[in-house]
Design a protein around this ligand. Structure first.
Ligand code: PGA
Length: 255
């Protein structure tokens, strides 16, 4: 049985002071956090350490990106061991904003996923088609390529504990979420493709999330789908009330 997972991706939002205020508010509501859902927040790097100290224990830390090398002359980058030292347990790889704006290719993303898994942290491989790819009927082809290459450095055991987030680019930050049926269709196929390449145990264990304009009032329709194990949420994860409401909706929908 796969545990449900709710991840908040803060992107480039919140100073340390703002992150602390969020964590304190969440602390006051911690009695409402469900025990049967894994909860993860991915703040900017600068807020990782302050959050580790004050976040409720039920909420784990994630990072939004990492460099694939352990150290070196890579000005401005942060490595997996550096994040691990701060208590980070999950790391996103290949978020569409990284792919579009910072040149993360499928091959680069594969190396990031490899580095994260080798450190025994959980890679969260982000995949998804853009509007033009969807309109031209290439969704399956694009997503399959991203999944195949992104996971290709991992053995079946590492795939089983990894996370994949399906985030159609046109749904991110637009208020225009995919329908639950469309998300289930693509995510069901992702699980099938993983079965083809990595075997049944990996496919049954890997958790696959939906992301793109998820909010408290639509999250349960996604997590009620048979292959959708949770959500990766941007904008709606910035407010503590909304984060708790989504956690509760996932717990109820996933029971
Ligand atoms: P959104 O972002 O929830 O604000 O659409 C999702 C994401 O980019 O992970």
């Amino acid at each position: 049985m796969r545990r449900k997972l709710l991840m908040g991706n803060w992107k480039m939002h919140k100073t340390v002071a703002e992150a602390r205020a969020f964590a304190e508010a969440l602390g006051r509501m911690s009695g409402r956090l469900p025990a049967d859902v894994d909860l993860v927040l991915c703040p900017p790097y600068t807020a990782l350490h302050p959050l580790r100290v004050i976040l409720p224990a039920a909420v784990r830390l994630g990072a939004q990106n990492a460099h694939e090398a352990p150290h070196g002359a890579f000005t401005g980058e942060v490595s997996v061991p550096m994040l691990q030292e701060l208590g980070v347990q999950y790391i996103l790889a290949g978020h569409s904003e990284r792919r579009q704006m910072f040149g993360d290719t499928d091959e680069r993303v594969r190396e990031k996923v490899r580095a994260i898994a080798e450190a025994e942290l959980i890679p969260v491989l982000c995949v998804g088609e853009n509007l033009e790819e969807r309109r031209s009927g290439r969704t399956y082809e694009v997503v399959r390529r991203q999944v195949d290459i992104g996971l290709s450095a991992l053995g079946p055991d590492a795939v089983k504990t990894a996370v994949v987030a399906y985030e159609p680019v046109w749904a991110i930050g637009t208020g225009q979420a995919a329908t639950a049926a469309d998300a289930q269709d693509v995510i069901g196929r992702i699980r099938m493709w993983i079965r083809d390449s990595h075997g049944a145990e990996a496919a049954d264990g890997v958790r696959i999330l939906y992301g793109g304009s998820v909010k408290p009032d639509n999250i349960a329709q996604f997590t009620a789908q048979p292959d959708i194990d949770g959500a990766l949420v941007g904008g709606a994860s910035l407010d503590p009330e909304s984060f708790v409401a989504m956690a509760q909706a996932v717990a109820q929908g996933g029971a």
